[in-house]
Design a binder for this molecule. Structure first.
Ligand code: SF4
Length: 79
């Protein structure tokens, strides 16, 4: 994980999300489950070609890192 006092960028490889729900459980401020396809959404993110991404303040980096660590298919990155 990046320096604990630096803002970070969180990315989500949504195509490969299996919809387990761990990110939304551990970090509901930033993650929610989408009822339409059962995958998670990174709230407030911009959609790239495949990746959702957004900046996150350092105070919320740890919670997003917990979601990344818990993701069984490793599709969340906190950098
Ligand atoms: S923890 Fe990973 S696989 Fe599970 S819903 Fe979140 S992004 Fe998808």
């Amino acid at each position: 994980m990046a320096d604990s006092f630096k803002d970070v960028t969180v990315t989500h490889d949504r195509d490969n999300c299996i919809g387990c729900g761990m990110c939304a459980l551990l970090c509901p401020k930033y993650w929610s489950m989408n009822p339409e396809d059962g995958k998670s959404d990174l709230k407030g993110s911009q959609k790239g070609k495949q990746l959702e991404h957004r900046k996150v303040g350092y105070e919320d980096a740890e919670e997003n890192q917990a979601a990344a660590d818990a993701c069984p298919v490793d599709v969340i990155k906190v950098q």
